[in-house]
Design a protein around this ligand. Structure first.
Ligand code: UTP
Length: 289
């Protein structure tokens, strides 16, 4: 099955990240040395994807600029002999082909995905990666889904178990576990009440879906929170075609959540040999103060 593109919606307001995100897209806030969205694009590349469709708004130009050349900066680095940095920033411009589409009104994640309809037309299936959800680890994230959709032709969705008292913050999936960590999905609900949730398997911003989705999105009525919900259209896709949920390996950070955002910074910095010792010492002092 031919899967060449991922849709990365980045058009949301990012209110949880204010005031940092007042004039900078929350997807451009740094985690360790890179902006949030670069980690997402690198994960897509690990799955063999070369074309990225960003769903943006008028204030998000910095995101597509990040994946383009900056010739003036390159000239300055070249003159200064900063070859390693020069290579690094050029490599970012060469990571993926970028298609950029404006979501002119922020009507929800489902509506954002619908804006990509023409851009992925003709493809057998396509990925969707929520632009502020980060997943790391051995064989973790989008590539787990790509493997299964490529082999079966079925839509897939990434899930992780969350504490019972947090199910009302997520799209929740119910289904039969057919092999360890693989579920045949029977039901999807967006942000259910805690006592009504059919499970604690939460959707974590990774999907590989098929084009029938767009018909369900286009016909969809506003759901939870008055927004056009991706989860509602996925329920219809699941009924029509079947769907597989896959437990994501590795660790996940929601960059829109401050505890996760700050932890992700420390997680990456601790992997940098130049920073590790100094950071550990400072953290230990802070924790024991
Ligand atoms: P979030 O639920 O994180 O919403 O959206 P948000 O508006 O970005 O952030 P908060 O909650 O106000 O802090 C999940 C993903 O869907 C995108 C967001 O950019 C994010 O990647 N999104 C959401 C859109 O592209 N368009 C929308 O209308 C809504």
């Amino acid at each position: 099955m031919n899967i060449r593109k991922v849709i990365i919606p980045v058009a949301g307001w990012g209110t949880r990240s204010l005031p940092a995100s007042k004039n900078i897209p929350k997807e451009m806030l740094p985690i360790y040395k890179k902006p949030v969205v670069q980690y997402v694009v690198e994960e897509a590349m690990r799955g063999g994807i070369k074309d990225v469709v960003f769903i943006t708004n008028r204030d998000k130009n910095a995101i597509e600029d990040h994946f383009d050349y900056n010739l003036q900066l390159e000239a300055v680095l070249e003159r200064g002999g900063k070859t390693k940095l020069l290579e690094e920033i050029r490599a970012v411009a060469e990571m993926v082909n970028v298609i950029s589409i404006r979501q002119k009104r922020q009507l929800g994640l489902g509506h954002a995905v619908l804006c990509a309809r023409e851009a992925v037309a003709g493809d057998d299936a396509f990925g969707i990666m929520v632009g502020d959800d980060l997943i790391f680890g051995e064989n973790a994230g989008l590539s787990q889904l790509l493997d299964i959709t490529r082999a079966t032709g079925l839509p897939t969705v990434g899930v992780m178990e969350v504490p019972r008292d947090k199910v009302n913050r997520y799209g929740i999936v119910a289904g039969k576990e057919t092999s360890p960590g693989i579920y045949e999905v029977s039901q999807l609900v967006e942000k259910p009440d805690i006592d009504k949730a059919p499970s604690n398997l939460a959707i974590v911003g990774r999907y590989v879906l098929t084009p029938e989705l767009f018909d369900f999105l286009a016909a969809g009525k506003p759901g939870h929170g008055g927004e056009i919900q991706l989860t509602d259209a996925m329920q219809e896709l699941c009924t029509a075609k079947g769907m597989i949920a896959v437990k994501m390996n590795g660790v996940r950070f929601d960059a829109g959540d401050w505890v996760d955002y700050l932890t992700a910074n420390i997680y990456f910095a601790l992997q940098d040999e130049d920073l590790r010792e100094g950071l550990r010492a400072r953290l230990q002092k802070l924790l024991h103060a």
